[in-house]
Design a protein around this ligand. Sequence first.
Ligand code: FE
Length: 338
Amino acid sequence: MILRLLPLAAALLAASAPVMAADTVLNLYTARHYQTDEALYKNFERATGIRINRIEGQEDQLLERIRNEGANSPADVFITVDASRLAKADEMGIFAPIRSKLLEERIPANLRTADWYSYSTRARVIVYNKALAKLEDLQTYEDLAKPALKGKVCIRSGSHPYNLSLGAAMIAHNGEAATEAWAKGLVANLARQPKGGDIDQLKAVAAGECAVAVSNTYYLARLMRSDKPDERKAAESLSIVWPNQKTWGTHINISGGGMLKHAPHKQAAVRFLEYLASDEAQIYFADGNNEWPAVPTVKARNPALEALGGFKADNLQVGQLAKTVVQAQKIFDWAGFR
Ligand code: FE
């Protein structure tokens, strides 16, 4: 009797398996690699019993990999930095929209799209050397293109996503013609050809090679918290301006991610994306790179960011940047901002 029942029980079990089985694995493709992310993943694994397989790489390489893997991609979630990169990923059609009441409640509307969510923010600020520039000459991004700063400005390449996102925001606020004129004015004000990353611009201002630079806030925080005395000293010599406080606010960018269209573990993907918006995860995620949590009720406990103080952020919809970023690239090319 038992022997005859067994196959039936097994068959029932098999039939119900796809419905009953919870995902036990999550394949995460991430362009982030910070130490605090380790703690975040471990906590998720402990809380859910879902094991995270992590594939780390450069943003563009991961995106290329997802594209090449197509429908066979094992990737469940993709995380990267910069709104324009996420927008590009979105345009490639790699994401699947998810409906999550929790995410809609936790992540502000301007920091999410139908397909992906922001989990932390960083601001793009103006930094200057007090001995070489006057505060009243650099209150706005627009000021960077004015004759008062001729030969004084250092900035990384115009083709870098951070500057393209800034350009996209400027197009959204000021229009294409004004942004083109701005880019030309900026190029005319450069102290040197764009080279290096934001940290290199900060060091150049500290060294007096340029009077003014543009940088993401976490690079400043990194210098402030550096264990190298010369880097802390460089940070101390820099003054920061929150641009456009009287107009549209300081441009912010994000780290974020979403669930992939071909995700084999969609349940786990949603649980992970929701976990990233939890109080605990928000603090780890933001702190890993000296950023601000995207969830407004979560406060960063970061001494360097606290020292920078508060500011009015641009509340432009992050998805909106995607619509003007291609135009920003064209405009920067025409203007010779490369
Ligand atoms: Fe960066």
